[in-house]
Design a binder for this molecule. Sequence first.
Ligand SMILES: *Cc1c(COP(=O)(O)O)cnc(C)c1O
Length: 376
Amino acid sequence: MNEKIVRFLDMQQPATPCLVVDVDVIRQNYGALAENLPQAEIHYAVKANPAPQILSALVALGSHFDAASYAEVELCLAAGASPAQLSYGNTVKKQSDIAKASKQGIDLFCFDSKPELTKLAEAAPGARVMCRIMMDSGDAQWPLSQKFGCAPGMAIDLLTTAKDMGLHPYGISFHVGSQQINPQQWIAAIEQTASLFAAAADSGIPLKTINLGGGFPANYRDDVPDLARYGDVIMTAMAAQFGNSLPRIIIEPGRGISGDAGVIQSEVVLISRRNDDDEKRWVYLDVGKFGGLPETADELIQYRIRTPHDGGETGPVIIAGPTCDDLDILYKDAAYALPLALQTGDKIEFLSAGAYTSTYASIGFNGFPPLDEYYI
Ligand SMILES: *Cc1c(COP(=O)(O)O)cnc(C)c1O
C-alpha cells in the first residue's frame, strides 16, 4: 500500500470511513498515460473523482477534461481549466445546460441522436460535435455498452444532419467499457471508426478527431496488462487504419487516473455467524454500498483489501456494509478470505478506491454520512 497514505493514516488517525487520495499518484498516472499514448490528448473524465485538488493538479499538468454535466463544467473552470480544455461528453444533456456551457465558451460536445443535435444546434450554434457510436464492452469488468451510442450504421446520417443544422461535425467517439482488461477491445472499435471516417469523407464531411474513451484500468483483485500494452495495441491499430494521417486523438481516462490514487479506510463493526456451524463469517464494516462502494454491485469491481493481520491464517467471509438493507452486501460469492484474527474495531483498507467512490456515497441513508475525504 502507498507509503504516504499509510503515514497519513497512522499519524492523523482520521475517523472512518474515509477516503485518502495521494495527489502525487494522480500526477504519476497522468504522466504514465501521456508517456504510453504520447499522440493522445488526455481529457480526464471528471465524474470518476471531481475533487478540486485533483482537478487543479491536472490543470497544472496541462490536462484537458471531459465533463458529463454543467456542474462538472463549472468545477473544471473553477479549478483553472480554460473552456478550450473542456469537452461536454454526455450524450444526454438539457438544452439549458448546453446553453450555459456554450456561453462559458465550451465548444466540443458529444451526441448520439437527432433530438440531441436539435438541442445542440439551438443552444450551441456552430459547435463542434462528435458522434458517439455504440461499442461492445467485451471483457470490461464494468461494462458501459447499453446506455449510450448510436448504431454505427446511423453515424453518417447523423453527422450529415449535424452539418445541415449548422453544427461542425468533428469526429467519432466511443467507450469500450470501464476497467477494460483486454486492450484488444480497442482494435475493432478503431477499425469501425476508420471506416466511418472514410464514409464521412465520401459524403463531404472530413472528420478530424477520434475519441477512444476511457477504460484504462485500476489495480483491483485481477491482474491487468501494463499501460505500455494498451499504448502498443491502440497505436498499432491507429497506424494500421489511418497510416500517416492520424486524426487528433482524445482519450478520456477516469479510473485509470484516480483509481489507484485512493484508499478507503473502514472499521470492522461486527464479525458474526448466521449459524453456529457456519464456516463463513459475516464481516460488517462502517462503509458499504451506500457509503461509496456501489461499484461492488453484482460484485463486479473487486477491491483488494488490506487488514492489520495480513499474512496470518484466513477463512472465508461475507463482507457487508452498515445499513439495514440487504442490498448492502459487498461480497458474498466472490470468495474473499480474511484473517481469522480479524476483530471488531480493526481498521481495514480498500485499495485503489480513488475513482467512483466519494461522489457515489449517499447523503445519509440510515443516518450514515458521506465519506470524509482527504487529499494529500
Ligand atoms: C465514464 C466515462 C469515461 C471514463 O471511463 P473510465 O473507464 O473510468 O476511464 C470516459 N468517457 C465517457 C464518455 C464516460 O462516460
